[in-house]
Write a protein that binds this ligand. Structure first.
Ligand SMILES: [Zn+2]
Length: 278
């Protein structure tokens, strides 16, 4: 499973983060016998799970799956099938890395800084992009279905990838691309660069945390590249949030590439992930 693999290519938890995650798991009463979580958590709540189970709450204001996934991966399969209430609530933790859960007389604040991976069929019946089995309600079926994901929520996804259906006959083909171990090494190196970069900014840990002037400093765009990105932003109608997210992704692509400067090709790749397939 691709999403479960993502947890394995993230660098190991530092002692501090292992402690944070363990504390949340302890409050939820699911901390194992070892007494500490040393692995990155991977949570994949079902879309039919209740609001308190997913975001936290209930009578005892327990942390939900989005907090149990703190410092790990939150995988939401069949994303449009989750309730509108759950989807709307996700926006806050995606921005701030925490969630406030209300109980009768108090509010409880839980950390919830997760890597969100969401998957969706192109339409409710799933056949919209399958040329062999045409969707009978196209194109409305897809518009209705993906329309359940609001614009502001969609805007918070940095990487959008269209995955075409795989024929059974192709499943036996030899594997292509890098193994998880090779990718994990590259990710660890990029994270290392980022932890040095933010040594003077303890409130930031990775490029995704960079804001304002710091974001400008770390991307160091040439005047020509800045103009290029502005032109693209206008053409594709990027929001201010989208523009800044492209900068962070471009910087991360440059880090994975081992480049000190953020170059035009990094910007172009970051934009292609945001605007998605044509
Ligand atoms: Zn359909």
């Amino acid at each position: 499973m691709m999403a479960a693999r993502m947890a394995s290519i993230l660098p190991p938890l530092t002692a501090m983060k292992a402690l944070e995650t363990s504390m949340v798991h302890s409050v939820a009463g699911i901390l194992g016998e070892a007494g500490i979580c040393t692995d990155r958590p991977f949570c994949d709540p079902h879309h039919s799970a209740s609001m308190p189970a997913i975001v936290g709450g209930g009578r005892s204001a327990r942390p939900g799956q989005i907090s149990l996934a703190h410092n790990g991966v939150l995988f939401m399969d069949e994303f449009p099938e989750f309730s509108r209430q759950v989807l709307d609530t996700l926006r806050q933790p995606i921005e701030t890395g925490e969630i406030v859960v209300s109980r009768v007389n108090a509010h409880v604040r839980y950390p919830s800084r997760f890597l969100l991976v969401a998957a969706a069929n192109p339409c409710k019946c799933g056949y919209l992009s399958d040329t062999d089995r045409a969707c009978s309600r196209a194109p409305l079926c897809g518009e209705d279905y993906l329309g359940k994901i609001s614009g502001p929520l969609m805007d918070r996804f940095d990487l959008r990838i269209d995955v075409p259906p795989v024929a059974f006959s192709d499943l036996d083909l030899p594997k292509t691309g890098d193994s998880s171990a090779v990718i994990a090494t590259r990710v660890a190196a990029a994270r290392e660069v980022q932890s040095e970069r933010f040594a003077d900014h303890p409130e930031m840990r990775v490029n995704a945390d960079a804001q304002g002037e710091v974001l400008d400093q770390i991307t160091k765009l040439s005047e020509a590249d800045r103009t290029y990105l502005r032109t693209i932003a206008d053409r594709f109608g990027l929001t201010a949030r989208g523009y800044h997210r492209v900068l962070r992704v471009a910087r991360t692509i440059a880090d994975l590439d081992g480049c000190l400067a953020t170059e035009k090709r990094h910007l172009a790749e970051a934009v292609s992930f945001r605007v998605g397939p044509a």
